[in-house]
Design a protein around this ligand. Structure first.
Ligand SMILES: [Zn+2]
Length: 457
Protein backbone atom coordinates (compact mmCIF):
# COMPACT_ATOMS: atom_id res chain seq x y z
CA UNK A 1 0.00 0.00 0.00
CA UNK A 2 1.31 3.48 -0.94
CA UNK A 3 2.61 5.61 1.94
CA UNK A 4 0.09 8.38 2.65
CA UNK A 5 0.99 12.02 3.30
CA UNK A 6 -1.35 12.13 6.31
CA UNK A 7 -3.15 9.51 8.38
CA UNK A 8 -5.79 10.55 10.92
CA UNK A 9 -6.35 7.42 13.00
CA UNK A 10 -8.29 5.88 15.89
CA UNK A 11 -11.09 8.46 15.80
CA UNK A 12 -13.92 8.03 18.28
CA UNK A 13 -16.08 8.41 15.17
CA UNK A 14 -15.61 9.49 11.57
CA UNK A 15 -18.80 11.09 10.24
CA UNK A 16 -18.01 10.85 6.54
CA UNK A 17 -21.20 12.57 5.29
CA UNK A 18 -20.56 10.54 2.12
CA UNK A 19 -23.37 9.34 -0.20
CA UNK A 20 -24.24 6.52 2.24
CA UNK A 21 -23.70 8.80 5.30
CA UNK A 22 -21.28 6.22 6.72
CA UNK A 23 -20.15 6.70 10.30
CA UNK A 24 -17.05 4.70 11.26
CA UNK A 25 -16.31 4.12 14.97
CA UNK A 26 -12.56 3.75 15.59
CA UNK A 27 -11.97 4.87 12.01
CA UNK A 28 -9.05 6.28 10.06
CA UNK A 29 -8.69 8.40 6.94
CA UNK A 30 -5.62 8.72 4.69
CA UNK A 31 -4.80 11.69 2.45
CA UNK A 32 -2.21 11.70 -0.33
CA UNK A 33 -1.47 14.42 -2.90
CA UNK A 34 -4.30 16.49 -1.48
CA UNK A 35 -7.09 13.93 -1.84
CA UNK A 36 -8.61 11.22 0.34
CA UNK A 37 -7.00 7.94 -0.77
CA UNK A 38 -8.47 5.50 1.76
CA UNK A 39 -10.76 5.24 4.80
CA UNK A 40 -11.40 2.35 7.10
CA UNK A 41 -12.40 0.98 10.47
CA UNK A 42 -10.37 -0.70 13.21
CA UNK A 43 -10.36 -3.99 11.28
CA UNK A 44 -8.99 -2.52 8.06
CA UNK A 45 -5.22 -2.15 7.61
CA UNK A 46 -4.24 1.53 7.44
CA UNK A 47 -1.34 2.68 5.25
CA UNK A 48 1.97 3.99 6.52
CA UNK A 49 2.04 7.79 6.56
CA UNK A 50 4.54 10.62 6.62
CA UNK A 51 2.46 12.40 9.26
CA UNK A 52 0.03 10.84 11.72
CA UNK A 53 -2.68 12.53 13.79
CA UNK A 54 -3.97 10.51 16.73
CA UNK A 55 -7.73 11.17 16.88
CA UNK A 56 -8.58 9.14 19.97
CA UNK A 57 -11.46 10.83 21.79
CA UNK A 58 -12.24 12.92 18.71
CA UNK A 59 -15.00 13.27 16.14
CA UNK A 60 -13.69 13.65 12.58
CA UNK A 61 -15.89 15.41 10.04
CA UNK A 62 -15.38 16.78 6.54
CA UNK A 63 -14.07 20.36 6.61
CA UNK A 64 -16.96 22.81 6.96
CA UNK A 65 -17.88 25.04 4.02
CA UNK A 66 -18.70 28.72 4.49
CA UNK A 67 -21.01 29.92 1.72
CA UNK A 68 -21.41 33.59 2.65
CA UNK A 69 -19.09 36.15 4.19
CA UNK A 70 -17.72 39.69 3.83
CA UNK A 71 -14.22 39.30 5.19
CA UNK A 72 -13.39 43.03 5.12
CA UNK A 73 -16.14 43.64 7.68
CA UNK A 74 -14.01 42.19 10.50
CA UNK A 75 -12.30 45.62 10.39
CA UNK A 76 -15.52 47.13 11.81
CA UNK A 77 -16.61 44.35 14.11
CA UNK A 78 -19.11 45.30 16.86
CA UNK A 79 -18.83 48.95 15.74
CA UNK A 80 -20.64 50.91 18.45
CA UNK A 81 -22.58 53.46 16.32
CA UNK A 82 -24.16 50.66 14.24
CA UNK A 83 -25.25 48.18 16.90
CA UNK A 84 -29.00 48.66 16.98
CA UNK A 85 -30.06 49.46 13.42
CA UNK A 86 -31.82 47.05 11.06
CA UNK A 87 -30.15 46.13 7.79
CA UNK A 88 -30.67 49.41 5.90
CA UNK A 89 -29.65 51.72 8.84
CA UNK A 90 -26.65 49.52 9.54
CA UNK A 91 -25.46 49.73 5.93
CA UNK A 92 -25.84 53.50 5.72
CA UNK A 93 -23.77 53.96 8.92
CA UNK A 94 -20.95 51.68 7.75
CA UNK A 95 -20.54 52.51 4.05
CA UNK A 96 -18.46 55.68 4.68
CA UNK A 97 -16.01 53.65 6.78
CA UNK A 98 -15.78 50.86 4.23
CA UNK A 99 -14.99 53.48 1.58
CA UNK A 100 -11.48 53.45 3.13
CA UNK A 101 -10.77 49.88 1.99
CA UNK A 102 -7.49 49.28 0.18
CA UNK A 103 -5.30 46.31 -0.72
CA UNK A 104 -3.62 46.19 2.68
CA UNK A 105 -7.04 46.13 4.39
CA UNK A 106 -8.29 43.43 2.01
CA UNK A 107 -5.24 41.25 2.63
CA UNK A 108 -5.18 41.51 6.40
CA UNK A 109 -8.94 41.12 6.84
CA UNK A 110 -8.87 38.01 4.66
CA UNK A 111 -5.88 36.58 6.49
CA UNK A 112 -7.41 37.10 9.94
CA UNK A 113 -10.93 36.14 8.85
CA UNK A 114 -9.86 32.91 7.17
CA UNK A 115 -7.68 32.01 10.17
CA UNK A 116 -10.70 32.56 12.43
CA UNK A 117 -12.81 30.33 10.19
CA UNK A 118 -10.14 27.61 10.11
CA UNK A 119 -10.22 27.52 13.92
CA UNK A 120 -13.91 26.63 13.65
CA UNK A 121 -13.25 23.70 11.32
CA UNK A 122 -13.83 25.59 8.07
CA UNK A 123 -11.68 24.47 5.13
CA UNK A 124 -13.42 26.28 2.25
CA UNK A 125 -14.79 29.79 2.42
CA UNK A 126 -16.41 32.15 0.00
CA UNK A 127 -16.16 35.90 0.29
CA UNK A 128 -18.61 38.44 -1.08
CA UNK A 129 -16.38 41.42 -1.80
CA UNK A 130 -18.73 44.08 -3.12
CA UNK A 131 -17.16 47.37 -1.94
CA UNK A 132 -14.60 48.52 -4.51
CA UNK A 133 -13.79 52.17 -3.73
CA UNK A 134 -12.28 54.20 -6.56
CA UNK A 135 -8.48 53.86 -6.56
CA UNK A 136 -8.49 51.08 -3.93
CA UNK A 137 -6.52 48.64 -6.10
CA UNK A 138 -7.06 44.93 -6.71
CA UNK A 139 -8.80 43.87 -3.51
CA UNK A 140 -9.74 40.34 -4.59
CA UNK A 141 -6.21 39.43 -5.69
CA UNK A 142 -4.98 40.64 -2.29
CA UNK A 143 -7.47 38.30 -0.59
CA UNK A 144 -6.48 35.39 -2.82
CA UNK A 145 -2.85 35.96 -1.78
CA UNK A 146 -3.86 35.80 1.91
CA UNK A 147 -5.81 32.55 1.40
CA UNK A 148 -2.83 30.98 -0.40
CA UNK A 149 -0.50 32.06 2.39
CA UNK A 150 -2.71 30.33 4.98
CA UNK A 151 -3.49 27.32 2.77
CA UNK A 152 -7.30 27.60 2.94
CA UNK A 153 -9.57 26.78 -0.03
CA UNK A 154 -11.11 30.04 -1.19
CA UNK A 155 -14.02 31.07 -3.42
CA UNK A 156 -14.07 34.87 -3.52
CA UNK A 157 -16.88 36.45 -5.49
CA UNK A 158 -16.48 39.58 -7.59
CA UNK A 159 -19.16 41.67 -5.95
CA UNK A 160 -20.43 44.99 -7.21
CA UNK A 161 -22.60 48.01 -6.56
CA UNK A 162 -23.73 50.37 -9.30
CA UNK A 163 -26.52 52.43 -7.66
CA UNK A 164 -25.45 55.14 -5.22
CA UNK A 165 -27.47 57.59 -3.17
CA UNK A 166 -27.99 59.82 -6.20
CA UNK A 167 -29.64 56.87 -8.07
CA UNK A 168 -31.92 55.99 -5.15
CA UNK A 169 -29.51 53.37 -3.72
CA UNK A 170 -27.91 53.25 -0.26
CA UNK A 171 -24.10 53.51 -0.76
CA UNK A 172 -22.16 56.74 -1.29
CA UNK A 173 -20.98 57.58 -4.80
CA UNK A 174 -17.31 56.80 -4.05
CA UNK A 175 -17.90 53.05 -3.64
CA UNK A 176 -20.00 52.31 -6.73
CA UNK A 177 -18.75 51.54 -10.25
CA UNK A 178 -20.36 51.58 -13.68
CA UNK A 179 -21.62 48.40 -15.33
CA UNK A 180 -18.92 48.12 -18.00
CA UNK A 181 -16.12 48.57 -15.48
CA UNK A 182 -17.66 45.91 -13.19
CA UNK A 183 -18.13 43.37 -15.97
CA UNK A 184 -14.62 43.89 -17.38
CA UNK A 185 -13.08 43.42 -13.95
CA UNK A 186 -15.28 40.35 -13.29
CA UNK A 187 -13.94 38.72 -16.44
CA UNK A 188 -10.37 39.67 -15.50
CA UNK A 189 -10.77 38.07 -12.03
CA UNK A 190 -12.07 34.81 -13.55
CA UNK A 191 -9.19 34.71 -16.03
CA UNK A 192 -6.64 35.44 -13.29
CA UNK A 193 -7.82 33.10 -10.53
CA UNK A 194 -10.56 30.62 -11.50
CA UNK A 195 -9.31 27.03 -11.36
CA UNK A 196 -11.69 24.47 -12.94
CA UNK A 197 -9.89 21.33 -11.69
CA UNK A 198 -11.69 19.11 -9.10
CA UNK A 199 -9.03 19.90 -6.47
CA UNK A 200 -9.11 23.67 -7.11
CA UNK A 201 -7.92 25.87 -4.24
CA UNK A 202 -9.40 29.03 -5.81
CA UNK A 203 -12.59 29.67 -7.76
CA UNK A 204 -14.33 32.93 -8.62
CA UNK A 205 -18.06 33.66 -8.81
CA UNK A 206 -19.87 36.83 -9.91
CA UNK A 207 -21.91 38.62 -7.28
CA UNK A 208 -23.81 41.91 -7.59
CA UNK A 209 -24.45 43.00 -4.02
CA UNK A 210 -28.26 42.94 -3.97
CA UNK A 211 -31.28 44.03 -6.00
CA UNK A 212 -31.26 47.40 -4.20
CA UNK A 213 -27.64 48.25 -4.98
CA UNK A 214 -27.22 47.44 -8.69
CA UNK A 215 -29.10 48.26 -11.89
CA UNK A 216 -31.42 45.77 -13.59
CA UNK A 217 -29.16 45.71 -16.63
CA UNK A 218 -26.16 44.77 -14.46
CA UNK A 219 -28.10 41.84 -12.96
CA UNK A 220 -28.98 40.61 -16.47
CA UNK A 221 -25.55 41.15 -17.97
CA UNK A 222 -23.84 39.48 -14.99
CA UNK A 223 -25.99 36.36 -15.49
CA UNK A 224 -25.05 36.34 -19.18
CA UNK A 225 -21.34 36.73 -18.37
CA UNK A 226 -21.49 33.92 -15.76
CA UNK A 227 -23.05 31.67 -18.40
CA UNK A 228 -20.40 32.59 -20.97
CA UNK A 229 -17.53 32.05 -18.51
CA UNK A 230 -19.21 29.04 -16.83
CA UNK A 231 -18.88 30.39 -13.30
CA UNK A 232 -21.40 30.69 -10.47
CA UNK A 233 -23.69 33.54 -9.46
CA UNK A 234 -24.27 34.92 -5.99
CA UNK A 235 -26.21 37.79 -4.41
CA UNK A 236 -28.19 38.70 -1.30
CA UNK A 237 -31.91 38.02 -1.66
CA UNK A 238 -35.08 38.09 0.42
CA UNK A 239 -33.19 39.06 3.56
CA UNK A 240 -35.72 41.44 5.13
CA UNK A 241 -39.31 42.58 4.77
CA UNK A 242 -37.92 46.06 3.94
CA UNK A 243 -36.46 44.48 0.82
CA UNK A 244 -39.86 43.08 -0.21
CA UNK A 245 -41.30 46.59 0.12
CA UNK A 246 -38.37 48.11 -1.79
CA UNK A 247 -38.68 45.63 -4.67
CA UNK A 248 -42.45 46.08 -4.92
CA UNK A 249 -42.08 49.85 -5.00
CA UNK A 250 -39.08 49.98 -7.36
CA UNK A 251 -39.68 47.04 -9.71
CA UNK A 252 -43.37 46.29 -9.08
CA UNK A 253 -42.24 42.73 -8.27
CA UNK A 254 -41.29 40.69 -5.23
CA UNK A 255 -37.58 39.75 -4.96
CA UNK A 256 -37.95 36.21 -6.33
CA UNK A 257 -39.99 37.43 -9.32
CA UNK A 258 -37.34 40.02 -9.97
CA UNK A 259 -34.65 37.33 -9.78
CA UNK A 260 -36.50 35.34 -12.44
CA UNK A 261 -36.87 38.44 -14.65
CA UNK A 262 -33.12 39.05 -14.70
CA UNK A 263 -32.25 35.46 -15.65
CA UNK A 264 -31.00 34.21 -12.30
CA UNK A 265 -33.38 31.27 -11.65
CA UNK A 266 -30.75 28.64 -12.45
CA UNK A 267 -28.71 26.06 -10.55
CA UNK A 268 -25.73 28.30 -11.20
CA UNK A 269 -27.09 30.65 -8.51
CA UNK A 270 -26.83 30.57 -4.73
CA UNK A 271 -28.38 33.30 -2.61
CA UNK A 272 -27.49 34.70 0.79
CA UNK A 273 -30.21 34.68 3.49
CA UNK A 274 -33.50 33.74 1.68
CA UNK A 275 -35.50 34.53 4.82
CA UNK A 276 -38.73 35.82 3.26
CA UNK A 277 -39.73 33.78 0.20
CA UNK A 278 -43.39 32.75 0.38
CA UNK A 279 -44.42 29.07 0.06
CA UNK A 280 -44.85 29.22 -3.69
CA UNK A 281 -41.49 30.98 -4.14
CA UNK A 282 -39.76 28.30 -2.05
CA UNK A 283 -41.08 25.67 -4.48
CA UNK A 284 -39.86 27.70 -7.49
CA UNK A 285 -36.40 28.19 -5.99
CA UNK A 286 -36.13 24.47 -5.23
CA UNK A 287 -37.32 23.41 -8.68
CA UNK A 288 -34.72 25.66 -10.29
CA UNK A 289 -31.97 24.29 -8.03
CA UNK A 290 -31.14 27.74 -6.67
CA UNK A 291 -29.02 27.37 -3.52
CA UNK A 292 -29.35 29.23 -0.23
CA UNK A 293 -26.61 30.36 2.14
CA UNK A 294 -28.35 30.21 5.52
CA UNK A 295 -26.89 32.80 7.93
CA UNK A 296 -28.71 32.18 11.22
CA UNK A 297 -26.65 34.48 13.51
CA UNK A 298 -26.78 37.40 11.10
CA UNK A 299 -30.52 36.94 10.59
CA UNK A 300 -31.02 37.14 14.36
CA UNK A 301 -28.60 39.97 15.14
CA UNK A 302 -30.11 42.23 12.46
CA UNK A 303 -33.62 41.11 13.40
CA UNK A 304 -34.22 39.87 9.84
CA UNK A 305 -36.17 36.70 10.62
CA UNK A 306 -36.15 32.88 10.68
CA UNK A 307 -35.33 31.40 7.26
CA UNK A 308 -37.48 28.53 5.93
CA UNK A 309 -34.57 26.07 5.84
CA UNK A 310 -36.55 22.85 6.11
CA UNK A 311 -38.96 24.05 3.42
CA UNK A 312 -36.14 24.99 1.04
CA UNK A 313 -34.41 21.63 1.53
CA UNK A 314 -37.69 19.76 1.03
CA UNK A 315 -38.22 21.71 -2.20
CA UNK A 316 -34.83 20.54 -3.48
CA UNK A 317 -32.78 23.70 -2.96
CA UNK A 318 -29.20 23.11 -1.80
CA UNK A 319 -28.79 24.84 1.59
CA UNK A 320 -25.38 25.73 3.01
CA UNK A 321 -24.26 27.81 5.97
CA UNK A 322 -22.78 31.29 6.07
CA UNK A 323 -21.22 33.21 8.92
CA UNK A 324 -21.98 36.46 7.03
CA UNK A 325 -19.89 39.56 7.58
CA UNK A 326 -18.07 39.98 10.85
CA UNK A 327 -19.80 43.33 11.24
CA UNK A 328 -23.30 41.83 11.22
CA UNK A 329 -22.73 38.48 12.89
CA UNK A 330 -19.53 39.60 14.67
CA UNK A 331 -18.42 36.06 15.43
CA UNK A 332 -17.17 34.08 12.43
CA UNK A 333 -17.38 30.52 13.73
CA UNK A 334 -18.89 27.99 11.38
CA UNK A 335 -19.34 25.58 14.31
CA UNK A 336 -21.47 28.26 15.98
CA UNK A 337 -23.54 28.75 12.82
CA UNK A 338 -24.13 24.99 12.60
CA UNK A 339 -25.32 24.93 16.21
CA UNK A 340 -27.49 28.00 15.70
CA UNK A 341 -29.00 26.50 12.54
CA UNK A 342 -29.90 23.42 14.58
CA UNK A 343 -31.50 25.54 17.31
CA UNK A 344 -33.44 27.66 14.82
CA UNK A 345 -34.66 24.50 13.06
CA UNK A 346 -36.03 23.23 16.36
CA UNK A 347 -37.49 26.62 17.26
CA UNK A 348 -39.34 26.84 13.96
CA UNK A 349 -40.69 23.30 13.61
CA UNK A 350 -40.23 21.47 16.94
CA UNK A 351 -37.49 19.52 18.70
CA UNK A 352 -37.39 16.66 16.18
CA UNK A 353 -37.18 18.95 13.16
CA UNK A 354 -33.42 19.42 12.97
CA UNK A 355 -30.73 17.17 14.40
CA UNK A 356 -26.99 17.72 14.72
CA UNK A 357 -26.61 15.44 11.70
CA UNK A 358 -28.90 17.68 9.64
CA UNK A 359 -26.82 20.70 10.67
CA UNK A 360 -23.57 18.88 9.85
CA UNK A 361 -24.98 17.94 6.46
CA UNK A 362 -25.88 21.57 5.71
CA UNK A 363 -22.44 22.73 6.90
CA UNK A 364 -20.63 20.27 4.61
CA UNK A 365 -22.48 18.69 1.64
CA UNK A 366 -25.02 21.50 1.48
CA UNK A 367 -22.29 24.10 1.22
CA UNK A 368 -20.45 22.06 -1.40
CA UNK A 369 -23.64 21.92 -3.49
CA UNK A 370 -24.11 25.70 -3.21
CA UNK A 371 -20.60 26.17 -4.60
CA UNK A 372 -21.07 23.62 -7.41
CA UNK A 373 -18.55 21.26 -5.78
CA UNK A 374 -20.64 18.21 -4.82
CA UNK A 375 -18.35 15.19 -4.51
CA UNK A 376 -15.22 17.37 -4.46
CA UNK A 377 -15.55 18.89 -0.98
CA UNK A 378 -17.96 18.54 1.97
CA UNK A 379 -17.60 14.77 2.34
CA UNK A 380 -14.95 12.21 3.23
CA UNK A 381 -14.80 9.63 0.45
CA UNK A 382 -12.04 8.28 -1.76
CA UNK A 383 -11.19 10.87 -4.40
CA UNK A 384 -12.67 13.86 -2.53
CA UNK A 385 -10.41 16.71 -1.44
CA UNK A 386 -8.45 15.92 1.71
CA UNK A 387 -10.27 18.52 3.83
CA UNK A 388 -11.32 17.54 7.34
CA UNK A 389 -11.73 18.73 10.92
CA UNK A 390 -10.77 16.86 14.08
CA UNK A 391 -12.91 17.84 17.09
CA UNK A 392 -11.89 16.82 20.60
CA UNK A 393 -14.81 15.46 22.62
CA UNK A 394 -12.86 15.45 25.87
CA UNK A 395 -12.59 17.77 28.86
CA UNK A 396 -15.09 19.73 30.93
CA UNK A 397 -17.45 20.60 28.07
CA UNK A 398 -18.04 16.99 27.09
CA UNK A 399 -18.07 15.30 30.51
CA UNK A 400 -21.01 12.90 30.55
CA UNK A 401 -21.65 13.09 26.81
CA UNK A 402 -21.08 9.43 25.96
CA UNK A 403 -23.91 8.19 23.79
CA UNK A 404 -23.76 10.08 20.49
CA UNK A 405 -20.56 11.82 19.32
CA UNK A 406 -22.30 13.86 16.58
CA UNK A 407 -25.06 15.22 18.82
CA UNK A 408 -22.50 15.82 21.59
CA UNK A 409 -20.31 17.80 19.19
CA UNK A 410 -23.04 20.33 18.44
CA UNK A 411 -24.98 20.37 21.73
CA UNK A 412 -21.96 20.67 24.05
CA UNK A 413 -19.24 23.24 23.61
CA UNK A 414 -18.53 25.90 22.48
CA UNK A 415 -15.70 24.28 20.59
CA UNK A 416 -13.04 25.00 18.04
CA UNK A 417 -11.45 22.27 15.96
CA UNK A 418 -8.32 20.65 17.35
CA UNK A 419 -6.99 20.09 13.82
CA UNK A 420 -8.18 21.59 10.55
CA UNK A 421 -6.75 19.95 7.45
CA UNK A 422 -6.94 21.39 3.92
CA UNK A 423 -5.68 19.26 1.02
CA UNK A 424 -3.86 17.06 3.54
CA UNK A 425 -2.03 19.98 5.20
CA UNK A 426 -2.60 21.07 8.80
CA UNK A 427 -3.85 24.66 8.86
CA UNK A 428 -4.77 24.29 12.55
CA UNK A 429 -2.92 21.89 14.88
CA UNK A 430 -3.48 21.46 18.62
CA UNK A 431 -6.10 24.22 18.45
CA UNK A 432 -3.76 26.87 17.00
CA UNK A 433 -3.18 28.27 13.51
CA UNK A 434 0.03 26.72 12.14
CA UNK A 435 1.05 29.64 9.89
CA UNK A 436 3.75 31.65 11.67
CA UNK A 437 2.47 35.06 10.60
CA UNK A 438 -0.69 35.32 12.69
CA UNK A 439 0.61 37.57 15.50
CA UNK A 440 2.14 39.98 13.03
CA UNK A 441 -1.07 40.10 10.96
CA UNK A 442 -3.16 40.75 14.09
CA UNK A 443 -1.00 43.81 14.81
CA UNK A 444 -1.52 45.06 11.24
CA UNK A 445 -5.25 44.34 11.58
CA UNK A 446 -5.45 46.52 14.68
CA UNK A 447 -3.73 49.42 12.95
CA UNK A 448 -5.91 49.16 9.81
CA UNK A 449 -9.11 48.83 11.91
CA UNK A 450 -8.22 52.00 13.82
CA UNK A 451 -7.68 53.86 10.56
CA UNK A 452 -10.99 52.61 9.18
CA UNK A 453 -12.96 53.44 12.32
CA UNK A 454 -11.52 56.96 12.69
CA UNK A 455 -14.20 59.67 12.61
CA UNK A 456 -15.67 60.38 9.18
CA UNK A 457 -15.37 64.07 8.24
ZN1 LIG B 1 -24.05 39.37 3.49
Amino acid sequence: MQTADLLVHDAELIATVDDARREIAGGWVAVTDGVVTALGGPGDPAPEAVRRVDARGCLVTPGLVNTHHHLYQNLTRAYAPALTGGLFDWLVTLYPLWARLDEEAAYVSAYVGLAELALSGCTTSTDHSYVHPRGAGDLISAEVAAARELGVRFHPTRGSMSLSVKDGGLPPDSVVQDDDEILADSQRMVEAHHDRTPTAMTRIALAPCSPFSVSTSLMTRTAELAEALDVRLHTHLAETQDEDAFCLETFGRRPVDYLADVGWMTDRTWLAHVVWPDAEEVVRLGAAGVGAAHCPSSNMILGSGLAPVAELRAAGAPVGLGVDGSASADSASLWLEARTAMLQGKLRHGAAAMSARDALEIATRGGAACLGRSGEIGQLSVGACGDLAVWSLEGVRFAGALSDPVESWLRCGPVSSRETVVAGRLVVADGAVTHPGLDEQLAVHRRVSQRMQAAVD
